[in-house]
Design a protein around this ligand. Structure first.
Ligand code: TYD
Ligand code: MG
Length: 466
């Protein structure tokens, strides 16, 4: 039998090295490599004698498909994000910045499930029993039958939850505090987290209990510890939001049992998280309809339309190099829109500072926001407010053409529902609803949009001359 050797594992990316080094070749990070015992983790190394394989029955692709058995929380925004409730025997990882509200959300979910007669165990590794009880009181969950433990050792946790009636759902808060006797490295290292999560997933598969794991996010926005944990679990959700704002978004990034790109929207109140079933109303809450530089974007998040206001401020600069600042959108995308406006529409912004903000602290990732951004920019530069009852969407290409985007009908329907009677959208959209009576204006190039907003180009001139 080969001798077991120690290995050196990068704590950032999980790359295994044969010797210690200051810098990891895998991710380029410094001082992240730690010596670990390979026998403790998965892929337990070459030391083990391979066992003789046992043939399994091969089957066909056609045949009966069983619906994954789910546990509904009744919190519809949470059920939506998980694809219809937690799946029995599966493991879900919920990541998010510290303090964003993960423990709050899960305590509320635990209480809701417990009220529905499920057996729920909440294992807290970060907070003492008293702290969790205080939160439960605040969330009016204290009177439910949720079972609580403050423990960080994986073997002890498994022994505890394996005892008595099988739990329907177990919450482990958080994976960063887990440690196992079988892994020889320090608590919090990749091997420890990986070994712990692996044991928990095995328990889920064996017993059919659903497992919810909480993971903190590093400042780069990834779940701390190795990426492998994300690969091991069945679903990964991120709980996001801006500390300065009350709303929180639960976003699905991986789901073996349902759709990804789904979101659940919540608002943090002094009594916990409140569901927001119509996010558009939240993001459009405090609009000043007469101010120039604001355009309402009709976006799509997963399967759901979301209307959000894009605000721009274009002002003459006093600096040698004008400033470009963006909150809630991609800054390189803004640079592209500015370049297209200059090159194809004659809109000069070289002597102007440009600030762009997405209202409510929301983050847009869709290129379909291009048209709303361009409209807000031109409106601010021209000093002309856009019509208050109009929404904008469409992708801008480098040639200045406006390209159709998906889900036209859904975007328009949401806009109508919220009282917007006009829309500016790309020409040639595939799923245009029929019989709109000319309220939707189709535009095929950015110069057309500029002409429409600034009228004859005169409106842009005074700003340019300054
Ligand atoms: P918490 O769930 O502890 O965050 P996480 O587990 O992600 O670290 O919640 C953190 C914040 O939420 C905390 O700053 C207090 C606030 N909060 C409320 O505003 N209302 C509430 O009802 C609760 C329980 C927390
Ligand atoms: Mg917490």
């Amino acid at each position: 039998m080969a001798k077991a050797r120690t290995q050196f594992v990068c704590q950032n990316c999980g790359t295994v090295h044969s010797r210690w080094a200051g810098k990891c070749d895998g991710c380029g990070e410094w001082n992240t490599i730690v010596e670990e015992d390979p026998m403790g983790g998965i892929g337990a190394g070459p030391g083990k004698v391979p066992k003789k394989g046992r043939p399994v029955t091969l089957t066909s692709l056609s045949g009966e498909i069983e619906e994954a058995p789910r546990i509904h929380t009744g919190i519809s925004e949470l059920d939506r994000a998980t694809g219809g409730g937690f799946v029995r025997g599966s493991a879900v990882l919920i990541g998010g910045d510290p303090g964003i509200g993960k423990s709050t959300l899960l305590m509320q979910a635990a209480a809701a499930l417990s009220r529905r007669g499920h057996r729920i165990i909440y294992v807290s590794g970060e907070e003492a029993v008293a702290q969790v009880r205080l939160r439960a009181q605040r969330l009016e969950a204290a009177s439910t039958d949720v079972l609580l433990a403050a423990e960080t050792n994986v073997e002890d946790i498994l022994a505890t939850i394996g005892e008595g009636r099988r739990p329907d759902l177990v919450i482990i808060d958080s994976i960063q505090t887990l440690w196992s006797d079988t892994a020889e490295s320090a608590p919090g290292t990749v091997t420890q987290v990986r070994t712990g999560v692996q044991a928990i997933i095995r328990f889920a598969k064996q017993t059919g209990a659903a497992m919810v794991l909480v993971g903190h996010v590093t400042k780069e926005g990834q779940i701390a510890g190795p990426r492998v944990v994300e690969h091991m679990v069945d679903a990964v959700l991120y709980f996001e939001g801006d500390r300065g704002h009350h709303y929180r978004i639960l976003r699905t990034v991986k789901n073996r049992f349902g759709p990804t790109d789904e979101i659940g929207v919540f608002e943090m109140s002094d009594r916990g998280l409140r569901e927001v079933s119509n996010p558009s109303e939240l993001f459009l809450g405090e609009r000043n309809e007469k101010a120039p530089g604001a355009a309402v974007f009709a976006g799509i998040e997963g399967t759901r339309p979301v209307l959000v206001e894009v605000q721009a401020l274009v002002a003459p600069t006093s600096l040698g190099t004008p400033r470009r600042a963006v909150v809630g959108w991609d800054s390189s995308r803004l640079a592209m829109i500015l370049a297209v406006l200059e090159a194809h529409c004659g809109v000069r912004l070289g002597q102007h500072d440009v600030y762009l903000n997405v209202a409510g602290g929301y983050r847009i990732s869709e290129p379909a926001a291009d048209m709303a951004v361009a409209s807000a920019l031109v409106s601010s530069l021209a000093g002309l407010a856009l019509p208050a009852d109009c929404v904008y969407f469409g992708e801008v290409s480098l040639s200045g053409a406006i390209r159709p985007v998906a889900h036209t009908a859904q975007r328009l329907k949401e806009a109508e529902k919220l009282g917007f009677s006009a829309a500016i959208l790309p020409a040639g959209s595939a799923d245009m609803p029929k019989g709109h009576g000319g309220r939707w204006s189709e535009i095929d190039s950015l110069p057309d949009l500029v002409a429409r907003i600034a009228g004859s180009r005169g409106a842009l001139r005074p700003a340019e001359d300054e």
